[in-house]
Design a protein around this ligand. Structure first.
Ligand SMILES: N[C@@H](CCC(=O)N[C@@H](CS)C(=O)NCC(=O)O)C(=O)O
Length: 218
């Protein structure tokens, strides 16, 4: 298997956390695509992923699977220990819902803020920006943090009693929020406590450390 990614990116972090949880990293060859040089928008890369985003999984038979959720589901179906997308029908439904919600209300909102209301990946890559839209999405992301804070007041993990893809998606959102300097509100105590617990997992701690190093070096 090959994975096209940008090693410190918040979306690629989701798949790298899933791989580390499942101890599958050694089965993957990582291919770096330089976001800052716009390599993800070249015709060659767009032929691999129409959306022009990372990560993308390429199987040995040439099949291409984009979208972190789809990649995680593929990895789970291929190697089920531990399962990140649920085993029972109920678990699968809840995990999918909460992961999608974490994208809609947090991670994707932070991403839009980054691409539209900050310099993003620079003028050569960000050819269309709408700052007002970006700032609205920043406010949406802050509301999303409060939503997940409320959720985590009554359960240990985002989708219930077990660590899952939904936790990984919220982690991706908080990694991205940190990169764009959007701090977690001080009164989101349950979310802060959960995030501290998540960082006790080596799979998560290592990803956050990499993103912080990248942010510090500009
Ligand atoms: N919905 C996609 C989003 C992926 C995404 O936005 N990835 C970032 C990498 S951190 C990206 O490629 N950004 C470049 C861009 O949007 O120009 C997924 O879940 O995989």
């Amino acid at each position: 298997m090959k994975i096209y990614d940008w090693p410190t990116g918040p979306y690629p972090a989701r798949v790298r956390i899933a791989l580390a949880e499942k101890n599958l990293q050694s089965r993957v060859q990582f291919v770096t695509v330089d976001l800052w040089k716009g390599e993800h928008k070249t015709p060659d890369f767009l032929a691999k992923n129409y959306s022009g985003t990372l990560p993308v999984l390429e199987l040995d038979d040439g099949t291409l699977i984009a979208e972190c959720t789809a990649i995680t589901e593929y990895l789970d179906a291929r190697d089920g220990t531990p399962t990140l997308t649920g085993t029972t029908a109920r678990e699968k439904g809840l995990i999918h819902m909460m992961s999608k919600r974490a994208e809609l209300e947090l991670l994707d909102a932070v991403s839009v803020y980054f691409h539209h209301a900050t310099p993003g990946l620079g003028p050569d890559v960000e050819i269309y920006q709408n700052a007002e839209w970006g700032f609205r999405q920043r406010d949406k992301a802050l509301r999303g943090m409060r939503y997940f804070d409320g959720i985590l007041k009554s359960r240990p993990f985002v989708a219930g009693d077990v660590f899952s893809m939904a936790d990984i998606t919220v982690i991706g959102g908080l990694i991205f929020a940190d990169i764009v300097k959007l701090p977690l509100p001080a009164d989101c105590e349950a979310l802060q406590a959960w995030y501290a617990r998540m960082q006790e997992r080596p799979s998560v701690r290592n990803r956050i450390a990499m993103s912080e190093m990248a942010a510090a070096s500009g």
